[in-house]
Design a protein around this ligand. Sequence first.
Ligand code: BTN
Length: 253
Amino acid sequence: RLGLKTTIFGKTIQYLESTDSTQKVAHQLAQEGCPDGTLVIAEEQTNGRGRLARNWHSPKYTGIWMSLVLRPKLPPAKAPQFTLIAAVAVARAIEDICEISPDIKWPNDLLLNGKKITGILTELQADSDKINAIIMGIGMNVNQKEQDFPKELHNNATSLAIETGKEISRSELVKRILENLEKYYLLYLEKGFAPLKLLWESYAVSLGKDIIARTISGNISGKALGITEEGVLKIEDQNGQIHKIYSADIEMK
Ligand code: BTN
């Protein structure tokens, strides 16, 4: 229906008018053994989930709320790289369709003018040594107007329509996201993470800057040096000590 030029991604599509969370539906399908590349996409989510147990505002017909099931034959330690691959694929899709270039804030936020345009939630179903499924959730603010955002999001979130002054075709964007994702996923399987790390770094805003990483075990401030081959963020504190950050919220100073 989308006229997709992909061979794996989006070959099986579950389209829903309304659901609580596409992420939840995709987890269920993965457990039932759905094929690699299965897409769950909804017009509205009544209980969209963000990282760190936050909720994700997903009003009807205005955004892209989708979750993709991936089944790479890889160890679970590789999973964080998929968030970065998704961020690059989505950033490129925004450039292709809207001719504006978003910034990526580690690990998964896409920003335009410092405000969030897309969030990515990568979740894992795995044994100790092998991935059963990666559930890659993508939430993109596309055609919302300023007044469609709840007050508390006004300073932090924006939409492609607000930033470009144009209504954007959601189906064109979904198509491009899936095509880019598949391209980068296959590149990753063939050549490893190195080429994607370079691409990711070309969009990253915080590299070389002073940041604060808020982690569950406390805050670390210092200079963002880059990401490792695993997709983990490296920060150098004022004593020259290097910290590896696996999960955090980043604030730029
Ligand atoms: C974040 O930045 O916190 C991640 C947001 C992820 C939102 C998407 S929307 C589609 C999928 N279903 C959900 O419930 N969440 C993700």
